[in-house]
Design a protein around this ligand. Structure first.
Ligand SMILES: NC(=O)c1ccc[n+]([C@@H]2O[C@H](COP(=O)([O-])OP(=O)(O)OC[C@H]3O[C@@H](n4cnc5c(N)ncnc54)[C@H](OP(=O)(O)O)[C@@H]3O)[C@@H](O)[C@H]2O)c1
Length: 390
């Protein structure tokens, strides 16, 4: 392990920061860099961390602090967390990187936050709830685009319909995902499609007719490059978002299905193609080829796309017996910009929590359903409204 003693960064250090030194692991990844930039913009001086010392040194420059250590060396990993109050983990696929980091955080008594959207990672964190309480730390996976907006929507809708039995959520994020996100999708595809039914995760056939549907993603975006690309009635395909784990804990609604807005041809063909892709992606050779192909593409959306892009999140709850339902739509900044903004603010909040909050926590379950509305460029474009079937 390489540790550099703290040096002064060329940014103001807020009073709380010295008392709570914290670290971003995966700092030189695409999203890691956005998180570091956002943290510095807000006056923090996070310790940059990852496994490649050269990249960290270059990124930290003359004035920054960095620590390089791998995740597969338990001793170096624990030494890397010494004296740190919290880790914001940005190195994915998290199915590979989160378990060792969470275990080390539990051992060292360090708060853990990450930007995963992977269901098995959330479920592993919830299994460690008691250990986290005993250690007096917070484990909070999912402080990015998935799951903060949808967790907040789920909580708002559940407040309106407290006896809801069914929850549906969808994200519309136009544009190409980052290479790291694509790689994470490739790793997760062999697991197939998950939903939550009667409180339990269930693997289901994505070709089922119940999943062939459209959702109303709020009023169409009025002007500019997003006109016609955002909002309105959109075809969706079922998807395994992290909300299958978090919305269940935040709201207690036992039946949850998640979707993503896709072009019409994908919504039609994906459910049929998925079982084939699933079998293909189980083969190492195919996965290696795909990884190489993904790495040849762009690391992520350009600065101008991140600045001008917008995302929508839709949620609907229903109480099957009475036919009552409620729906709402949030509009948000572009997905990676939102993840950077929300991730840093979530970390700031966690550092302010008292010890009674220890345990595995969801964002909306901890900060409240409407916390998200204070973030820049976040608005309820269609506020939660209750309907009753005639
Ligand atoms: N939930 C959300 O809304 C959301 C939003 C944005 C991103 N994400 C997720 O965040 C992750 C990162 O995305 P990205 O776009 O930043 O990807 P990226 O540019 O590929 O960066 C990945 C980072 O992870 C590090 N890493 C990967 N495996 C590692 C390991 N075994 N040990 C140590 N470091 C490891 C990489 O370091 P090396 O270069 O040394 O390999 C790199 O720093 C992805 O899983 C993505 O799906 C989620």
């Amino acid at each position: 392990m390489h540790t550099e003693e703290p040096r002064t960064l060329g940014v103001p250090t807020p009073p709380g920061n010295q008392a709570h030194p914290w670290l971003i692991y995966g700092a030189y990844g695409f999203t890691g860099r956005l998180l570091v930039a956002e943290a510095r913009k807000r006056g923090h001086a996070p310790i940059l961390a990852g496994r490649d010392e050269g990249k960290l040194r270059e990124m930290a420059g003359d004035a920054g602090r960095y620590r390089s250590f791998p995740l597969d060396d338990p001793r170096a990993l624990r030494e890397g967390l010494e004296g740190v109050s919290a880790v914001l983990h940005a190195a994915g696929p998290f199915i590979q990187t989160a378990p060792p980091m969470m275990e080390a955080c539990l051992d060292q008594g360090v708060h853990y936050l990450d930007i995963t959207g992977e269901v098995p990672v959330f479920e592993a964190a919830f299994e460690w709830d008691q250990e986290a309480r005993d250690r007096g730390i917070v484990l909070m996976p999912g402080v990015g685009m998935d799951v903060i907006p949808t967790d907040s929507l789920a909580a708002m809708l559940a407040e309106l319909l407290p006896d809801a039995t069914h929850l549906e959520l969808a994200l519309h994020s136009p544009g190409r995902p980052s290479a790291g996100t694509l790689q994470t999708i490739v790793e997760g595809l062999p697991d197939g499609l998950l939903v939550r039914r009667e409180g339990k995760l269930a693997r289901v056939n994505p070709g089922r007719s119940e999943f062939r549907r459209h959702v109303e993603m709020g009023p169409p975006h009025p002007s500019g490059p997003l006109a016609g690309r955002l909002g309105g009635r959109r075809p969706v395909a079922p998807y395994t978002w992290g909300d299958l784990a978090t919305a269940w804990r935040t709201t207690g609604i036992p039946n949850i299905t998640c979707y993503m807005v896709t072009p019409r041809w994908q919504a039609r063909s994906l459910p049929l193609l998925l079982p084939i892709l699933r079998r293909l992606f189980r083969q190492d050779l195919v996965r290696r080829g795909l990884r190489a192909w993904i790495r040849r593409g762009p690391a992520g959306p350009s600065a101008s796309r991140r600045a001008s892009g917008r995302t929508r999140a839709w949620g609907r709850v229903e109480e099957k017996e009475t036919g009552a339902s409620a729906e709402a739509v949030l509009e948000l900044p572009e997905a990676y910009r939102f993840t950077a903004m929300a991730g840093i603010r979530a970390l700031e909040e966690v550092l302010q929590l008292d010890t009674g909050a220890a345990g595995t926590r969801t964002p909306a379950g901890t900060f409240g359903a409407r916390w998200i509305l204070d973030l820049p460029q976040v608005q309820l474009i269609q506020p939660p409204a209750r309907r009753q079937k005639p």
